[in-house]
Design a protein around this ligand. Structure first.
Ligand code: ZN
Length: 173
């Protein structure tokens, strides 16, 4: 998957009540829809920080949820851009794309968007960690029944695969 494909899978989900609240109040700032924007990581991080600040200072539920739709979008975008720094723009891990369902609750949609970005970043970090493990561990893949996993490039019996799947990145990376 390349960077643009990953970004195209992102949405900034907003709820109907958010839209109505915005219309009634005449303030539609928090319901701007972001979609498919490819920006430098620094800009995405600044945009995210700005939205979180606005959400912290907003005065109504509808505005809070409006900002939250944007925030999960930018959070996911930051994760994807970080992942692309690790893997290169054209070599992002293939992750199942979110199944957006119009009947889903706004909270579920927002969780899907955020989770999609997190999973891409984790998969990219894990692939990078496999390179480190390969330097110190002997691969014991079953070469007669060679079925490498997408996540690590090693088969499920291999110690490198097992160690890589147990591994978790630091929260602050
Ligand atoms: Zn192996």
């Amino acid at each position: 998957m390349n960077l643009q494909e990953a970004i195209n899978n992102l949405r900034a989900p907003q709820g109907v009540t958010t839209m109505i609240g915005a219309l009634l109040s005449g303030d539609s700032k928090p319901v701007h829809h972001s979609k498919g924007e490819k920006v430098p990581l620094k800009i995405a991080e600044a945009k995210l920080a700005d939205l979180i600040e606005k959400q912290n200072n907003c005065g109504s539920d509808w505005a809070w949820w409006g900002y939250n739709g944007e925030i999960v979008y930018w959070k996911a975008l930051v994760c994807i851009l970080k992942a692309a720094k690790i893997t290169g723009n054209d070599n992002l891990p293939d992750i199942d794309t979110p199944k957006y369902n119009a009947n889903s609750a706004v909270m579920d949609l927002q969780g899907q968007v955020e989770g999609y970005g997190k999973r891409i970043l984790l998969a990219a970090q894990r692939k990078e960690h496999v390179k480190e493990l390969e330097k110190v561990l002997q691969c014991n893949c079953d070469l007669d029944r060679w079925e490498p996993k997408r996540s690590t490039g090693h088969s499920h019996v291999c110690r490198i695969h097992k160690r890589a799947m147990e591994w978790k990145p630091n929260e602050d990376t």
